[in-house]
Ligand binder design. Structure first.
Ligand SMILES: NC(=O)C1=CN([C@@H]2O[C@H](COP(=O)(O)OP(=O)(O)OC[C@H]3O[C@@H](n4cnc5c(N)ncnc54)[C@H](OP(=O)(O)O)[C@@H]3O)[C@@H](O)[C@H]2O)C=CC1
Ligand SMILES: CC[C@](O)(C(C)=O)C(=O)O
Ligand SMILES: [Mg+2]
Ligand SMILES: [Mg+2]
Length: 329
């Protein structure tokens, strides 16, 4: 069984007197930095001039160029985009890391695929929330937490594990649950989850359902409500109580259709594709492809993002959400 940790397993005193530099102030950077500060930790932010710098300053943080933040820090949490971490690490982080410092990540990509090789004189750990950064902040403010994974890659000081647990507590994760893992396991399962199920799988499933209905002559608004809007309501029930709670709530007709038709949509071909996707992650093929894509200025990323932004489902969704009070800011 995987090792699990809760609030009482983490000692917040481990971070007392230590300065945490959060490098990057995007989705995870902002969420984690605000939670840590509200938990009583001393946090500074490392950035380049621009939008995030402005936002972090407005939120009341001391903001420094990356190298200056690293020089001040005992704990350096790298929350830059995965594809830029190695270059920034080489020029602005590595030369300024103190001996005994703790280098941190929220995703194992750069360590696991050998893009960052830290010196032996630092701790290297991961605290990876299992949810988007905005939810890390929102749930903390509600007195709850998003679960997280912790892993130790290198334990120079003998304190690496205690720092990981204290940091996880600082961002609110121990209010939910913290699981022990490795950089390899986190990286491979996280990439698989986001590609095959959570992001790639779900958007492709929604698009396929929407296009099938619209191509058959049904109104795009009907199709949107059926396969996208209602998705959240159904997933919320699964989230709260598994398939059983969701099936308790839907009609018997829906449940019979679910049990007999679902496996026709997600059949042997999907299992084979998932297997292939997992192998590309495990053998490093996906990582190489993503790094090469960045070297040539992301033509595939940009074209596919634009195509989906222009998809009919996005236009219809924008219009429908505009009339619904729950989406009004
Ligand atoms: N998004 C999420 O919810 C999750 C992310 N993670 C991991 O967390 C890490 C951060 O991801 P995420 O929060 O999505 O990142 P974002 O893209 O949301 O934010 C990146 C931040 O890095 C800054 N930045 C980018 N390039 C540089 C640079 N060259 N020098 C200084 N600052 C720079 C950006 O500032 P600027 O405004 O200047 O561009 C921005 O503040 C990744 O490892 C990711 O895999 C893990 C779990 C979930
Ligand atoms: C599901 C996407 C994610 O892995 C996450 C929010 O956990 C990410 O990389 O953003
Ligand atoms: Mg993830
Ligand atoms: Mg991810």
């Amino acid at each position: 069984m995987v090792q699990k940790y809760y609030e009482s397993d983490a000692d917040p005193r481990t971070l007392e007197g230590r300065t945490i530099a959060v490098i990057g102030y995007g989705s995870q950077g902002r969420g984690q930095a605000l939670n840590l500060r509200d938990s009583g930790c001393r946090v500074v932010i490392g950035l380049r001039p621009g939008g995030s710098w402005q936002r972090a300053s407005e939120d009341g943080f001391e903001v420094y160029p990356v190298a200056d933040a690293v020089r001040r820090a005992d704990v350096v949490q790298i929350l830059l985009p995965d594809e830029t971490q190695a270059a920034v690490y080489r020029t602005e982080i590595s030369p300024h890391l103190k001996e005994n410092a703790c280098l941190m990540f929220s995703h194992g990509f750069n360590i696991h695929y050998g893009q960052i090789v830290p010196p032996p004189t630092v701790d290297v750990i991961m605290v990876a929330p299992k949810g988007p950064g905005h939810m890390v902040r929102r749930t903390y403010e509600e007195g709850k937490g998003v679960p997280a994974l912790i892993a130790v890659h290198q334990d120079y000081t003998g304190n690496a594990h205690a720092i990981a647990l204290a940091y996880a507590r600082g961002i609110g994760a121990t209010r939910a649950v913290v699981l022990e893992t490795t950089f390899a396991e986190e990286t491979e399962t996280d990439l698989f989850g986001e590609q095959a199920v959570l992001c790639g799988g779900v958007t492709s499933l929604i698009k396929a359902g929407f296009e099938t209905l619209v191509d058959a002559g049904y109104a795009p608004e009907m199709a949107y409500l059926e396969v996208l809007h209602e998705m959240k309501l159904i997933v919320d029930l699964i989230y709260e109580g598994g398939f059983t709670k969701m099936r308790d709530s839907i009609s018997n007709t829906a449940q019979y259709g679910d049990l007999t038709r679902g496996p026709r949509v997600i059949g042997p071909e999907t299992y084979a594709a998932m297997q292939e996707i997992l192998e590309e992650i495990q053998n490093g093929e996906f990582a190489r492809e993503w790094m090469l894509e960045n070297m040539v200025n992301r033509p595939v990323f940009t074209a596919l993002t634009k195509a989906d932004e222009e998809h009919l489902i996005e236009q219809v969704g924008k219009e429908i959400r505009g009339f619904m009070p729950q989406f009004k800011k």
